[in-house]
Design a protein around this ligand. Structure first.
Ligand code: GLC
Length: 428
């Protein structure tokens, strides 16, 4: 089985755990129409303030979120500490635009960290490089004021170097005041994308090299993502977003540690009227497809402005919970298999176990090329019942099952599991 080259951060736990929860939570939960609402609708910071003045998540109880993540089988969590809107979820000393100055009046980050750690999950922070509130953040193509008639003029007094320093100060807070943080997820760079004479931003503007050095000093083992516009050696994980890789994700032709981030419905922040919630089959297959190509899945929830997970999100997490409860062995510690995938199936592998995820239930027989003389025993993961191996019966003679095929005899009726999994124990 393939193992990517080690990077500066410690990804050993990460490639074992495979499944995490992303949480996008900020002022944008209130308009409830995408976390980019301020940019999309070009809302002036003065007007956007109405959300700051009203943020009061009275129902916030991170223990409930943590229990739901744990029950879904998730092993780590990444929360937005600050998203592009610039609002901070902790009591930062470097801004007033923070949770403690809202009507809620309390830090939400410390209880979050404690709750998830207590539930046995590793804790990560998302930190937006983009900031539509900071007065030194130059207006650019993504900024809500990009079409303001005085945008160019306003940029004259905005000093990106001060903003880069602000980020280092905040990252220092995040990596020193909350105990061990396992992932820092910085988002994102868009160098060279000019808009009306206002350039995009990349490593030069963020001073990413300095930020990188700082992060490594404060947290040598932390996993850092790939969105700082730094050379590839300085990214521990590659982070495809909102699309599902069909093969192991490569950088310059070389397979790397990767994590797909996905949403339960189409938006990251709470989006009340968005209706494209994924079906149970899609949810489970996305997780399997990811691990079957050597990756991790970071599945997002967007809590409501009152601080709860919407019923639709809870239902989706329960789908994961039920399936993982029965079939988690094919996910934790597993990766892309060395064997050929049978028709309508995905394989994962861990040591001497190959896991067959059956996407479309066949009639009676499943053919696995290349495994005919290799398997000692086969069983369903969900109930542990045996699946007979058929090697030289009449079926194999009638069918071209491929080279050295193994034939499994399946029940006619698909077991009542979203995606049934068969465990093949390889001979010693
Ligand atoms: C993006 C978006 C964003 C989201 C992120 C998650 O780059 O800007 O809203 O936080 O992807 O991957």
């Amino acid at each position: 089985m393939y193992k990517p080259k080690p990077t500066d951060g410690d990804t050993s736990w990460f490639v074992h755990d495979r499944f995490g929860m992303f949480i996008h939570w900020g002022l944008y939960a209130q308009p409830a129409r995408h976390e980019w609402v301020q940019s999309r609708e070009e809302i002036h910071p003065d007007e956007y303030r109405k959300y700051f003045e009203r943020f009061n998540p009275v129902d916030y109880d991170p223990k409930k979120w943590a229990a739901m993540a744990r029950d879904a089988g998730m092993k780590y969590v990444v929360l937005t500490t600050k998203h592009h809107e610039g609002f901070c979820n902790w009591d930062s000393a470097y801004t007033d635009y923070k949770i403690t100055n809202t009507p809620y009046g309390k830090d939400v980050l410390t209880p979050y960290v404690e709750a998830f750690r207590d539930a046995g999950l590793r804790v990560g922070f998302y930190y937006s490089l983009i900031d539509w509130h900071h007065p030194d953040f130059p207006i650019d193509l993504l900024h809500p004021l990009r079409n303001h008639p005085d945008a160019l003029e306003m940029n004259k007094s905005r000093d990106i170097r001060k903003y880069a320093e602000y980020m280092r100060n905040q990252v220092t807070e995040l990596l020193t005041q909350f105990g061990e943080i396992s992932v820092l997820w910085c988002d994102f760079s868009y160098p060279g994308r000019d808009y009306k004479g206002m350039p995009g931003k990349g490593h030069k503007e963020w001073e990413s090299e300095k930020l990188y050095k700082l992060v490594r000093e404060l947290a040598p083992n932390i996993i850092l993502d790939d969105r700082l516009d730094l050379p590839k050696e300085k990214a521990d994980i590659k982070t495809p977003e909102q699309w599902q890789p069909m093969e192991w994700v490569k950088v310059d032709g070389e397979p790397v540690v990767w994590e797909a981030c996905q949403t339960l419905s189409g938006s990251w922040g709470y989006y009340r009227d968005e209706m494209t919630w994924k079906s149970p089959g899609q949810l489970i297959r996305m997780l399997i497809n990811t691990v079957a190509r050597g990756g991790n899945l970071l599945m997002n929830v967007g809590p409501t402005p009152k601080g709860k997970l919407d019923q639709r999100a809870q239902d989706a997490l329960a789908v994961y919970g039920e399936w993982m409860d029965q079939c988690h062995e094919s996910i934790y510690g597993a990766t892309q298999s060395d064997y050929k995938e049978p028709l309508d199936c995905r394989l994962t592998q861990k040591d001497n176990k190959v896991y067959v995820h059956v996407y479309a239930w066949p009639f009676k027989h499943l053919y696995l090329e290349g495994l005919g003389d290799k398997v000692a025993y086969a069983r369903f993961l969900h109930d542990g019942s045996e699946i007979p191996l058929k090697l030289n019966d009449w079926v194999s003679q009638h069918l071209q099952a491929g080279e050295n095929a193994l034939i499994l005899e399946l029940p006619i009726i698909k077991p009542d599991v979203v995606v049934p999994v068969i465990e093949l124990e390889l001979k010693a």
